[in-house]
Write a protein that binds this ligand. Structure first.
Ligand SMILES: [Zn+2]
Ligand SMILES: [Zn+2]
Length: 108
């Protein structure tokens, strides 16, 4: 194989990987219901605003939204050891209970 065809093969591989991960992530920013994550339209502090995967409000889930991390660090609510807000760190606080807000009766 010549040098240029290796480069071409690498480019094809990269574009395949990129398009595959794009498909895997989905093109919509709103995950479908039942994915375990709140949609971006969920109101913070409501039943809908909940990350099932991590057991915290989606609007405060630093594992889903790394952009939230500086805000927690700014309020000194941060566990460096586990990379989580201290108020969400079950490793440091085994008795930690984060309650999901109750579903509002009668829909919206
Ligand atoms: Zn999450
Ligand atoms: Zn911790």
């Amino acid at each position: 194989m010549s040098r240029s065809s290796i480069r071409l093969a690498a480019a094809v591989l990269v574009s395949l990987v990129v398009s595959f991960s794009f498909v895997a992530c989905g093109s919509s920013s709103d995950p479908p219901a039942g994915s375990g994550h709140a949609s971006s339209s969920a109101q913070p502090g409501t039943y809908e605003d909940w990350c099932d995967e991590h057991g915290v409000p989606e609007s405060q889930c630093t594992r889903c939204n790394a952009a939230l991390i500086p805000a927690f660090k700014a309020t000194h609510d941060w566990c460096d050891e586990h990379g989580l807000p201290e108020s969400q760190c079950r490793a440091c606080n085994p008795n930690l209970q984060i309650a999901r807000p109750a579903k509002r009766a009668g829909g919206r």
